[in-house]
Design a protein around this ligand. Sequence first.
Ligand code: ZN
Length: 349
Amino acid sequence: MAAFNKSSVLVLKRLPEMNTLEKIIKTLKNHARVEIIDHVVEKDIEFPLYGIVIGSEDRSAPTLALSGGVHGLERIGSEVVISYLSTISQSLEWDETLYERLKTSRLVFMPIVNPVGMFLMRRSNGNHVDLMRNSPVVAEGDPPFLLGGQRISRKLPWYTGSVTKAEDMETEAKALHRFYHREVLSARISLSVDVHSGFGTIDQLWFPYAKSKRPPPHIAEIHALKNLFDRTYSNHFYKLEPQAYSTHGDLWDYLYDESLNQTNSGLYIPWTLELGSWLWIRKNPRQLFSSLGPFNPLKPHRLQRILRRHLTLFDFLHRALISPSAWTNLDSAHRKQHTSEAMDIWYAA
Ligand SMILES: [Zn+2]
């Protein structure tokens, strides 16, 4: 089997994000613990699945986890995560306040979850499986036909694979699951953000569930965190809400439910950031005719804007994890109030 480097010209051309990531990993030096969680192979090329942990060695410390590139066409997701990793790497060279913060907290990264999909320029992985439909979670009710995940054929989109238990998941999904289980679910409090694109005109932050229309058990904390974000950044442009449509096999539902069922587990809330790419298309309709166009900003100035647009959100979440009492220490009256407001804005029929 050819080593990853042997085909580097082709990989550089079709997966430049991997090269950027490896350069940043070098600059991180002893600030980070970097591992290759697993490999995936396509056309005799071995692609590493990188996992990166920065900060405290204590796995129970507050943890923010970021991932991208689960869907190979939505490469802007990887780019946003890599861009934040680069900012952190550079800041660690001089910013003592960040250095201090990371003594008692952790940042976890899996920036390129589906390198083969990105390399082949398609949504699914090398086996045509949609990794965000590939966990053993079965949706309640009736998810939308095909879009909700289908087992009919790998030739159709949104193919779940024939997964009934954790071991059946694809290599990439298993790697993400293993890595998050060890490095994120171990924390007494943690949040994750998985960056996607291609749905809607605004940037949306989705919280569980994807499998059902029910509110998750932490709906009060989610609403309190939303309030804190609204208060702290009154001009933020995100729309926070439950996932817009229901699906089978959501990896984040799977991890979330696992954290709920784990004894002594901390508070874990996974978020999916859906970048509103339809806006980029409206401004540049010719994008529709490129395979990556519907999912990625193609104009350089727009790309730059998207890459810096989310740094504030990630910083906010990191700080909210280190000082969580404003959204987690809820007495019963506050819990009731947050739950009732959440039900009104998100679950009223
Ligand atoms: Zn996606």
